[in-house]
Ligand binder design. Structure first.
Ligand code: GAP
Length: 514
């Protein structure tokens, strides 16, 4: 029986540290804000998520090919893509604390506080009225709930208008009207709102001249656009087709918080799918559904995901939505699906002087294709998987007997199988090593002989290992071992020859790609 954690988010962060999944970057120097390193188990899980994405997108689609473009790109790329002029966040400073905030986040947090007040009101009423409580009716009729709901609607509408018109004064007015205070100083002594570009800038070569400014890419997508012609000319793909890429991206996020949810250095898994002009709506719908199915195949409860249409579109987008995930701190963006039109290719054609067009043999005409993009953050995927997998379980209805288990999909599990000699003597380690040698040819396997067997099982549960193989004295006599399954904790005696097949059936990519 699993029991809900009181503070799942804190538990995840400390579990990640304790079991070698994620560490703060340069921790011996007290860390670096919003930058993280992946440890021995973390890198295995991260690689498995990448592999799941790559196999689903590139291997399973005949009309998608991959690339791996450089992080540094010609500086013109970012001027042309609109990132130098428009890739910014609205910032506001508190003059007393000297702290800087994202104006939109201050407003969103304020609305969330009112939402929390409503929930508290409902919770109080539930306690008062018990089972006879009609929550829906209460939410529709209670004056205090209605008053707070009206407040949220009013702010939401002003917020929408300000965002749509990029009206920075409008954002400041909402902050003033809502009497939002600085969380540090408690004062309302705010500067004006201004735009702050999110790209990291550096210098290439020996001349410190602004014309040589180089940016760390804020999205991997542009590496795909500038290689469009190279791929068309070398891969014999016909439209509709896609180019996929996994790689690092960098953003100088101002509000960098919530662990690996919002980082300054992160990884994206992006697809640019090139289609005939006029067919983008059809493909937008196709990728919206396909990407949702990809997430749900991991066996995570479907109620944990929802679509969210964008209020304000990025400078390149014609239509956009998020696939949101119910993180421990609420529903937030996990993946973006964007209809980018012909914006990027057209811009690159105009400013590079190269004809970036596709000759469509069926239509006997050339055109600039339209693009549907899917973009999922690898680190956010990691956090989503972690937060749905990590559980505290009570065993045999005994509250004093608990285990921490990561019920992660077996194909994503960092370690697929652990081999454990019951004792460190009598030839058991030698026999276990024989089996371990065989297994590691095919799977990420682990050998462990330290501590009592129960403790070793718990260690494997905590990192999500689907199977443990225990070698005991009987193994030496009849070539059998026990195999323990992570979720049910059931143990079965099997012949050593069966081990490979049983593990393979559970952890092979077929189970999820088919
Ligand atoms: N090429 C389109 C693009 O970059 P985006 O919505 O800005 O679109 C796509 O980013 C995805 O990248 C997001 O859905 C999120 O998963 C991830 N992402 C964006 N910023 C991030 C950050 N600071 N830290 C971690 N992941 C981030």
């Amino acid at each position: 029986m699993s029991q809900p954690s009181k503070d799942l988010f804190k538990d995840i962060v400390s579990h990640c540290k304790e079991y070698g999944f994620v560490f703060p970057s340069s921790e011996i120097y007290d860390g670096l804000g919003a930058v993280y390193d992946y440890g021995p188990n973390g890198v295995l899980l991260k690689n498995n998520i990448k592999e799941y994405w790559w196999k689903s997108m590139v291997q399973m689609h005949d009309n998608i090919v991959g690339i791996d473009a450089a992080i540094f790109m010609h500086p013109k790329t970012w001027k042309v893509s609109g990132h130098i002029d428009a890739f910014s966040d609205p910032l506001i400073d508190n003059k007393d604390s000297k702290k800087r905030y994202r104006a939109d986040v201050l407003i969103e947090d304020h609305m969330q506080k009112i939402e929390d007040k409503i929930d508290k009101e409902v919770e109080k009423a539930f306690k008062k009225f018990g089972d006879s409580f009609d929550e829906a009716l209460y939410r529709q009729t209670n004056p205090r709930v209605l008053e707070n709901r009206a407040k949220i609607d009013q702010i939401q509408e002003a917020f929408r208008i300000a965002l749509e018109n990029s009206d920075l004064d409008g954002l400041k007015k909402i902050i003033e009207d809502c009497e939002i205070v600085c969380p540090i100083s408690g004062s309302r002594n705010w500067t004006d709102v201004r735009q702050f570009n999110l790209m990291f800038k550096t210098q290439m070569g020996s001349v410190a001249d602004d014309s040589d400014a180089i940016y760390l890419r804020p999205e991997t997508a542009q590496g795909i656009f500038v290689n469009f012609l190279n791929v068309v000319n070398t891969s014999r793909q016909r439209i509709p087709f896609g180019i996929a890429q996994i790689g690092k991206a960098f953003r100088n996020e101002i509000v960098a918080r919530q662990f690996i949810f919002r980082m300054r250095e992160f990884e994206q898994m992006e697809l640019q799918f090139f289609v005939r002009p006029g067919e983008e709506v059809k493909w937008y719908e196709y990728w919206k559904e396909t990407r949702m199915k990809w997430h749900q195949k991991l066996g995570i409860d479907a109620s944990k995901y929802k679509f969210h249409d964008h209020l304000k579109l990025a400078h390149y987008a014609k239509a956009a939505l998020d696939i949101e995930f119910d993180f421990p701190f609420g529903f937030k963006e996990l993946e973006g699906v964007h209809s980018r039109g012909d914006f990027d290719l057209k811009q690159h054609q105009e400013h590079s002087g190269k004809k970036i067009q596709y000759f469509d043999p069926e239509l006997n005409q050339s055109y600039i294709p339209n693009v549907v993009e899917t973009s999922v953050g690898l680190d956010r995927m990691f956090l989503a998987v972690m937060s749905s997998a990590l559980q505290e379980e009570i065993i045999d209805n005994d509250p004093n007997n608990t285990r921490t288990v990561m019920k992660i999909h077996p194909v994503l599990a960092p370690v697929k199988v652990a081999v454990l000699p019951l004792m460190k003597k009598d030839g058991l380690p030698e026999k276990a090593h024989e089996i371990f040698k065989l297994l590691k040819l095919e799977f990420q396997a682990q050998y462990d002989e330290k501590d009592a067997i129960g403790k070793r099982y718990r260690r494997q549960d905590a990192i999500g290992t689907p199977y443990c193989i225990t070698v005991d004295h009987q193994s030496l006599e009849d070539q059998t071992v026990t195999i323990r399954e992570r979720d049910s904790m059931s143990q079965e005696r099997i012949h050593i020859d069966q081990v490979l097949e049983i593990v393979r059936a559970r952890v092979s990519w077929n189970t999820i790609l088919a």
